[in-house]
Ligand binder design. Structure first.
Ligand SMILES: [Zn+2]
Length: 63
């Protein structure tokens, strides 16, 4: 499993990530810790704090 350094989304595969930040070649990392599953970004304080607008899994920390 990988995580995008730009949007912190958890990715199953390294290639083909369509980054919502608009970054065309975001840095994809294997080094990440913890994740949250965001079902409804509007109702999650943490999602708001992290700037998440799309439901999905997000790494809490990406190195
Ligand atoms: Zn991304």
């Amino acid at each position: 499993m990988f995580a995008c350094k730009e949007c912190q989304q958890i990715l199953e595969v390294r290639d083909g990530h369509n980054c919502p930040t608009g970054e065309r070649q975001p840095e994809i990392s294997r080094e990440w810790q913890g994740f949250i599953e965001v079902l409804d970004p509007e109702k999650s304080a943490l999602a708001k704090e992290m700037g998440i607008r799309t439901p999905g899994r997000y790494a809490l920390r990406v190195r």
